[in-house]
Design a protein around this ligand. Structure first.
Ligand code: CUA
Length: 186
């Protein structure tokens, strides 16, 4: 049987496929790696809830000022005790609002879109790091466990098609106030 196959392969000019022992071992290892990574992605996304910055929805940048748009009056809204949503816009060369104040422990879902060109949205010391694309709403959630000032920076070289002279000045701040501090300001 094998003699017959061998001669058939030779006759057709095709190479005789032989898998070496170590080659076979490495094929198994590489297949196992794929399985391990798939399981890791599954656990991190479903069990641990780790999320990637996602395109939450499409939006026409021309409609951002419409009264029905949540971006017409950007800012922080409290949905439930300790739970917030923040609608923010990015434009050359600022964020609106440029400052957000939160009590410590606040869970915030950010919804960000761009009015003009591509921007970045990175909050230092958090997992928030996303691109802000005109025509798209980017979203990510963060919990601010430590009081302090978190810098929000644009990390995409913005202003393409025109001067980018202001990119490095594009920043904002998330100010997380401790319990006593919040109580004092009320
Ligand atoms: Cu916006 Cu760089």
């Amino acid at each position: 049987m094998s003699t017959h196959e061998h001669s058939a392969a030779e006759q057709s000019g095709l190479p005789d496929i032989h898998i070496d022992r170590y080659e076979g071992l490495w094929i198994r290892i590489s297949l196992l790696t794929v399985v391990v990574f798939t399981v890791a992605v599954g656990i991190s996304s479903f069990a641990w809830g780790i999320q990637l910055p996602g395109a939450y929805q499409r939006i026409d940048p021309k409609t951002l000022n419409d009264p029905s748009s949540p971006f017409a009056t950007p800012g922080l809204r409290e949905l439930a005790p300790g739970k917030y949503e923040a609608y923010m816009t990015a434009q050359v060369w600022s964020f609106t609002p440029a400052e957000i104040r939160l009590p410590v422990g606040a869970e915030v879902t950010f919804y960000v879109t761009a009015r003009d060109v591509l921007h970045g949205f990175k909050i230092a010391e958090t997992n928030i790091n996303m691109m802000v694309v005109p025509g798209q709403v980017s979203t990510l959630k963060a919990v601010f466990e430590k009081p302090g000032t978190y810098n929000l920076i644009c990390h995409e070289y913005c202003g393409a098609g025109g001067p980018t002279i202001g990119h490095h000045t594009m920043y904002g701040q998330i100010i997380v106030e401790g319990v006593e501090e919040t109580a004092a300001t009320q």
